[in-house]
Write a protein that binds this ligand. Structure first.
Ligand SMILES: *Cc1c(COP(=O)(O)O)cnc(C)c1O
Length: 367
């Protein structure tokens, strides 16, 4: 039996007619650069995320870079974020010339620990990038409170959590700018790269729109040095087909998560992911913690159960950030998580037989 970590074909098989039809329509117009599908997607994603504006771009990574550029974050500024996240959350800070300041996590939710943010704030701190990791929102009430107290901007890296909620509110536009990724493995995935910024602030939306297209306005006159980072119209067409299914896919993931919570509850060697009482997770990943992680990883892989380690090394001790001067031991909870985490299949098309096989294989490992 094979249970992949993610089966993109299983999703495609259910919607292939609609995708082909959408693409045929696009191919009959050939409007590939910022075609009308991009604007339609921007409006629909913004509405879905309870934001006023959506500005498509080439990737979630570029969305973060555009957000920092729009907020005028630059040299000598500091930006606080979590050490336990995907690399792009912090590379954007470096790329605008600012300094990433890493803080540790709440080991039960894997999200940034708000208690650790305040001690990291200095005169140079300009912004916080909160990451809603694995589908679960960070504690936005406390983060926004600190931002207000110290006059900081807040970016939500919402690459993994489109449609999740905190205190009943859809996340993404609770801060100044939210960033989305439509990388194929996200809950709403394109067939290639794509991303988006969302915001309620018209000036920020205008800045991002300018910056994603060479800072150009009018044509061939450049107000700022921007990027070429547009959301591809082919990807927008595909995402427009997929968006109406997102709620169902998220609900299926939640159902799968419930199954794991029930069937793995008695295994004391496994710590199941904890969802904060105020949070509603869409389970982009189902990430367990185990002591013998590498052995379990190998055991599952050998028996056809796809799994992955997100993330094997926290950002503060990545080689490229050695100039920041962090050393091992500085953020012990992030470091410990990176040695213990294992993500198991949670995608919406998982069958009962597959889920049962995942559970049985894990149980056999501990027998
Ligand atoms: C996927 C991801 C990104 C980057 O998105 P891309 O579209 O791959 O550039 C950024 N942050 C987080 C937390 C992610 O999971």
């Amino acid at each position: 039996m094979q249970v992949p970590l993610l089966d993109l074909y299983a999703q495609y098989a259910n919607i292939l007619g609609e995708i082909r039809q959408g693409l045929e329509e696009l191919f009959s117009t050939h409007r590939y650069i910022l075609g009308p599908q991009v604007e339609e997607l921007e409006e629909k994603i913004a509405a879905y995320s309870r934001a006023r504006y959506g500005i498509g771009c080439a990737s979630g990574t570029d969305a973060l870079l555009l957000a920092l550029q729009a907020l005028q974050i630059k040299e000598d500024d500091e930006v606080i974020t979590t050490a336990f996240t995907f690399f792009a959350t912090a590379s954007c800070i470096h790329r605008v010339g600012a300094k990433p300041v890493f803080v540790d996590i709440n080991p039960r939710t894997f999200n940034i620990d708000p208690d650790k943010i305040e001690p990291a704030i200095t005169e140079r701190t300009r912004a916080i990038i909160a990451v809603h990791l694995f589908g679960q929102p960070a504690e936005m009430d406390r983060i926004l409170h600190l931002a207000q107290k110290y006059d900081l901007k807040v970016i939500e890296d919402n690459a993994q959590s489109i449609g999740s909620k905190y205190q009943g509110k859809t996340v993404g536009a609770l801060g100044d700018i939210g960033t989305l990724s439509f990388f194929p493995s996200k809950n709403l995935g394109a067939m290639g790269d794509a991303g988006m910024c969302i915001t309620n602030d018209k000036d920020l939306a205008d800045s991002i729109r300018l910056l994603r297209h060479h800072g150009e306005n009018p044509k061939y006159f450049h107000k700022r040095v921007g990027l070429n980072s547009r959301l591809d119209t082919i990807q927008a067409t595909i995402l427009l087909v997929k968006l109406p299914y997102l709620e169902k896919w998220n609900a299926d993931r939640i159902k799968n998560a419930r199954y794991y919570y029930k069937e793995l509850a008695d295994l004391e060697q496994i710590i199941l992911p904890e969802i904060h009482p105020q949070a509603f997770s869409i389970f982009n990943q189902f990430t367990i913690r185990v002591k013998e992680r590498d052995k379990l990883f190998e055991y599952l892989q050998k028996r056809g159960v796809g799994c992955a380690i997100y993330y094997p090394q926290p950002l503060h001790i990545q080689e490229c950030f050695s100039y920041l001067g962090y050393k091992k031991g500085d953020l012990p909870l992030s470091e410990e998580a990176s040695l213990q985490v294992l993500s198991i299949p949670i995608y919406s098309e998982l069958t009962d037989i597959q889920k049962d096989y995942v559970v049985r294989t894990i149980r056999n490992f501990y027998r």
